[in-house]
Write a protein that binds this ligand. Structure first.
Ligand code: UGA
Length: 435
């Protein structure tokens, strides 16, 4: 099929690359000309394991092209995917839909024969209806069917998530259009996945409900971790014991810092905003958002307690600062509020992250990027393992820190509290204060 992806962010670029790998002809469009230039030179704007290889392969075979010329991309395609960002609106909780509307307006301007317009961007209930109205106002509605097809891929696992999804969700009431979308997804549905048909609003809500539910699971286990700490229970045992019940499931039950990233924080807030419009309560999601905010404060307090509230001039090391491993994304990473606080209190902070220097941290005083774990940890008063990159899983802290008193705060529960104690390391983790 002939496809066009509007927006070359995570969703647009990964889906475009994967669709081309399945044999479709894909045009990826972005109004950022520099990004398009880079992509045409084989430079990938995001850090995503495995993406470069698949992209280059399909680019060479001419199934995948990059352009800023939306007019020709729209004209040449049968299905147009809107994959632009829907960040939180400044000063509120609602999703900013200006990029989505802008894309729809552009499509409306250039469309001159029938196309399927699919929103892959995460958009609130009823956005598809608004898009339909945009096409109606421009008298182009006869050319367009607007469908919702949310994307569920994770950063760092994006290629695998796209090719082996748990489900593909398509929202439309049009039987023929549904059939076309189903045949597009057939190669991956056959392998492992379920194809879920619903109406457009249903598909829009499935995306928010899924992210809100996963955020709820994480917040639930994080709060239980607080209880485990007080009661001398290992939260990891609780996750395993609960997760083995298939009705609960073991995934997304890892206690850690506050959840971050470009999706959970933004989407839970946007879902709450939607409830206002419909005058209903989602008190659970409301609590999850609050719980996650509280968690950021709690981690700061715990860090301060480990240092007996004496932060000034203390050498603090962060291993990993991104919101999770296998990404360079700093959006809503819990390292940011922690580093902001510690820097304000006069700490000297070094951080090492496999994805390199972070602009987001450069505005804080006395915060330095180290090029290696060794350099970052040398003589540290406290080492904070913030992100669970594989390379942090077998560290010799005694050798690395090279000091009498070694303090480690492991936010991802990588190490064994018993083994660390045996080594004489003052080890703190999440939900595992053992007696
Ligand atoms: C999330 C969803 O998992 C995807 O399905 C969805 O498509 C995506 O948002 C989106 O809406 O675009 P992502 O933000 O890439 O994906 O990251 P996750 O792997 O879900 O992790 C989110 C946060 O939860 C991270 O901070 C991670 O450390 C945390 N987390 C995750 C935990 O603290 N514990 C867990 O057990 C799992």
């Amino acid at each position: 099929m002939k496809l066009c992806m509007i927006g070359t962010g995570y969703v647009g670029l990964v889906s475009g690359v994967c669709f081309s790998d399945l044999g479709n002809t894909v045009i990826c469009v972005d109004n950022d000309e520099n990004k398009i230039k880079d992509l045409n030179n084989g430079k990938i704007p995001i850090y995503e394991p495995g993406l470069e290889e698949v992209l280059k392969k399909n680019y060479k075979q001419k199934r995948l092209t990059f352009t800023s010329d939306i007019k020709s991309a729209v004209n040449k395609s049968d299905i147009i995917f809107i994959c632009v960002g829907t960040p939180t609106k400044k000063g509120g909780n609602s999703a900013n839909l200006k990029y989505v509307f802008n894309a729809a307006n552009q499509i409306a301007k250039y469309i001159n024969k029938h196309k399927i317009v699919v929103t892959k961007s995460t958009v609130p209930i009823g956005t598809g209806d608004i898009l339909e109205n945009i096409f109606k106002t421009k008298k182009k509605n006869k050319f367009v069917d607007v469908v919702s097809n949310p994307e569920f891929l994770r950063e760092g696992e994006a290629i695998r998530d796209f090719i082996y999804p748990d489900r593909v969700v398509v929202g439309t009431n049009n039987f023929k259009i549904n059939k076309t979308l189903k045949s597009l997804y057939l190669p991956i549905i056959k392998k492992t996945s379920r194809y879920v048909s619903t109406n457009r609003r249903g598909a829009e809500l499935i995306k928010y409900a899924s992210n809100a539910f996963l955020a709820t699971k994480i917040s639930f286990i994080n709060e239980l971790a607080n209880l485990c700490e007080k009661a001398s229970i290992d939260i990891k045992d609780i996750s395993i014991g609960m997760g083995l019940d298939q009705r609960i499931g073991e995934r997304f039950l890892r206690a850690g810092p506050a959840y971050g990233g470009s999706c959970f924080p933004k989407d839970t807030r946007a879902l709450l905003d939607t409830t206002k419009k419909y005058n209903v309560k989602l008190s659970i999601v409301d609590s999850v958002v609050k719980s996650n905010e509280d968690r950021k404060k709690l981690l700061i307090k715990k860090t301060s307690n480990i240092l007996n509230k004496k932060i000034y001039n203390k050498k603090i090391t962060f291993l990993g600062v991104t919101f999770k491993p296998n990404t360079d994304d700093m959006r809503e990473a819990s390292s940011i509020p922690m580093i902001k606080f510690l820097s304000k209190k006069g700490a000297i902070i070094k951080y090492y992250d496999p994805t390199g220097f972070k602009n987001e941290l450069s505005k804080f005083k006395n915060v330095f990027f180290s090029k290696s774990v060794n350099n970052a940890c040398e003589k540290a008063d406290l080492v904070i393992i913030h992100t669970e990159w594989n390379e942090f899983k077998l560290l010799n802290f005694k050798k690395l820190v090279n000091k009498k008193n070694i303090n480690v705060f492991d936010l991802r529960n990588i190490y064994s509290p018993y083994k660390m104690k045996k080594k004489g390391i003052n080890y703190h983790s999440i939900g595992r204060k053992l007696i």
